[in-house]
Design a protein around this ligand. Structure first.
Ligand SMILES: Cc1cc2nc3c(=O)[nH]c(=O)nc-3n(C[C@H](O)[C@H](O)[C@H](O)COP(=O)(O)OP(=O)(O)OC[C@H]3O[C@@H](n4cnc5c(N)ncnc54)[C@H](O)[C@@H]3O)c2cc1C
Length: 498
């Protein structure tokens, strides 16, 4: 989807763009500015490739002063600006704005300080998530939040999306692992949010910034917490005859008082795709598997494993395997981490949904997703952070086939309605971006959206930072009709099923 403009409007924009480029060139070296269509093309979308747009200009600054110059000029000339890390986002958050600047932080890749004594690292926003753990490894430390995209995604993007990952069930999301952020306002002012204390005076603006999707400011430096690598970890792989039984087992593990380091689930479609791709020895006949990682001292792991084995057996597990060493443990996770690309091999396109639900509804919601798959005539694979109740149904489609994209979007919207209907949320970790604007109307039918807009206006009165993303306009929500659903004027189509 790209937005169309009238030819006369395009000519006007071309002149405006040339003038603005000229201004930028006075502050930034020529090789940090891209403006030719073929150079802009790699930046036209993020991981949600159904939405595409060419920006006016891509800026790739190398210094803080250059970022400040870009922001000051954008502010002065009312030019929209969209921040970009690695562009792995799945909700269109880094989708460029047609008449705006795409501000890439890709050149800010330095780990500025690693403090093993205080267990912290001060890093630039373009540092890859995994690079932090790699740098901390010689000290027996690591950075816990581990999105499956961690090999590529940046810590700046992680903070902006409040990203999660396999280990976030036990160790918390990005927001729980960040101590301080230095941010540039749209006026180019440098502010420091948070600090080394457990609490501080004033509003908790650091928490506000985590998950702000580039709408409030540009993150230029981050202090993250590092954790000691657990002395021992073991993964259990349990297979089940039905997806409902696997969902019930996940809820039962938590109910038994266990807090696994990771608790993930994959259905049969996902299992088969992964096995064909990375050959890790997953049981492809199972309807679903649960991967449960327990970590701590060897004694703790042994005791927790015994408890988990009891729960899994009572929940009807067909077979449970235990990783016997670190190589086997990594191998079992390698399949999970490769799940998205593996499913990418099954269909020309897939649409990754991201909703959360209370764990107790896992079984029934997964069953309902299966029914919706038949109704929309599109296959769906489920591979997700089950312990967090964070679903990732991957709807497979072919954008070249007449209405398949439209059907995939309709299917996705029904899944998110379902999540809200059972008391969940329309995004677990991928953010709102462009994609979740309508579902946000469902999630926040009352005065909450007006408060969100007020916060946005306090940071960015001209609305230049990542405009049109994250928070739907009240007008849009009125059109979407969500208010009526929540005021009980219309029956909620999904609620009727529960
Ligand atoms: C295969 C795959 C697996 C994934 N698995 C997970 C997962 O397990 N968990 C998860 O949470 N996500 C996952 N994601 C989504 C994605 O990787 C995360 O959202 C990640 O945090 C995005 O980082 P990025 O550097 O690519 O950011 P981008 O996509 O470039 O940007 C994301 C958002 O952050 C903003 N932004 C980026 N940098 C800055 C900055 N310096 N200052 C202000 N705003 C900024 C952008 O404007 C945009 O709104 C996955 C994606 C893929 C493709």
């Amino acid at each position: 989807m790209a937005y169309k403009t009238h030819p006369s409007e395009r000519k006007h924009h071309a002149m405006e763009r040339a003038r603005f480029l000229d201004l930028l060139e006075r502050h930034l070296p020529p090789d940090t500015l891209l403006s030719e269509a073929e150079d802009l093309r790699p930046y036209e979308c993020d991981g949600l490739s159904a939405y595409r747009e060419l920006p006016w200009i891509v800026a790739l600054p190398e210094t803080l002063e250059q970022v400040q110059a870009v922001l000051r000029l954008c502010h002065e000339h009312a030019v929209p600006v969209v921040a970009r890390g690695a562009g792995t986002g799945l909700s269109g958050g880094a989708l460029p704005v047609a008449n705006g600047v795409l501000l890439s932080l890709a050149k800010f890749t330095r780990i500025l300080a690693l403090d093993p004594l205080n267990r912290t690292a001060r890093v630039q926003p373009g540092v890859r998530n995994l690079a932090i753990s790699e740098a901390a490894a010689p000290h027996g430390l690591y950075y816990a939040p581990d999105p499956s995209s961690q090999i590529a995604c940046t810590i700046g993007g992680n903070v902006a999306e409040n990203s999660g990952g396999v280990h976030c069930l036990k160790y918390g999301l990005t927001v729980h692992n960040v101590l301080e952020v230095r941010m540039l306002t749209i006026e180019g002012e440098l502010v420091t949010l948070g600090g080394s204390g457990l609490d501080g005076p004033g509003y908790d603006l650091l928490a506000l910034l985590c998950g702000s999707e580039g709408l409030l400011g540009i993150i230029v430096e981050i202090v993250v917490k590092l954790l000691p690598v657990p002395p021992y970890a073991q993964v259990l792989l349990a297979s089940f005859a039905s997806i409902e039984a696997a969902g019930a087992a996940v809820a039962a593990i938590i109910a038994a008082g266990l807090l696994p380091a990771g608790l993930e689930m994959m259905d049969n479609i996902a299992l088969r795709a992964v096995e064909a791709f990375v050959h890790v020895g997953y049981p492809v006949e199972a309807a679903a598997i649960v991967l449960c990682e327990l970590d701590g001292t060897p004694e703790q792991v042994e005791a927790d494993t015994a408890k988990a084995l009891g729960v899994l057996s009572r929940c009807g597990a067909l077979e449970v395997r235990r990783s016997q060493n670190e190589v086997e443990r990594r191998k079992l996770w390698a399949g999970r981490k490769a799940a998205f690309p593996a499913i990418g091999r099954l269909a020309p396109d897939y649409y990754c949904m991201d909703g959360t639900i209370p764990r107790r509804h896992l079984a029934e919601v997964l069953r309902r997703i299966g029914e919706l798959s038949a109704e929309y005539g599109l296959p769906v694979a489920n591979v997700f952070h089950a312990g967090d109740g964070n679903l990732h149904p991957l709807i497979m489609y072919d954008a070249n086939h007449s209405d398949e994209l439209e059907r995939a979007e309709g299917f996705g919207e029904r899944i998110l309605k379902l999540c809200v209907a059972v008391g969940g949320t329309v995004t677990g970790e991928h953010g709102v971006g462009m994609e979740k604007l309508n579902p946000m109307c469902l999630q926040f039918p009352g005065p909450e959206l007006a408060q969100f807009h007020a916060v946005k206006a306090a940071f960015d009165p001209k609305g230049l930072l990542n405009p049109g993303k994250g928070i739907p306009s009240l007008h849009r929500c009125a059109e979407f009709g969500a208010m009526h659903v929540h005021e009980g004027k219309l029956p909620h189509p999904e609620l009727a099923r529960f």
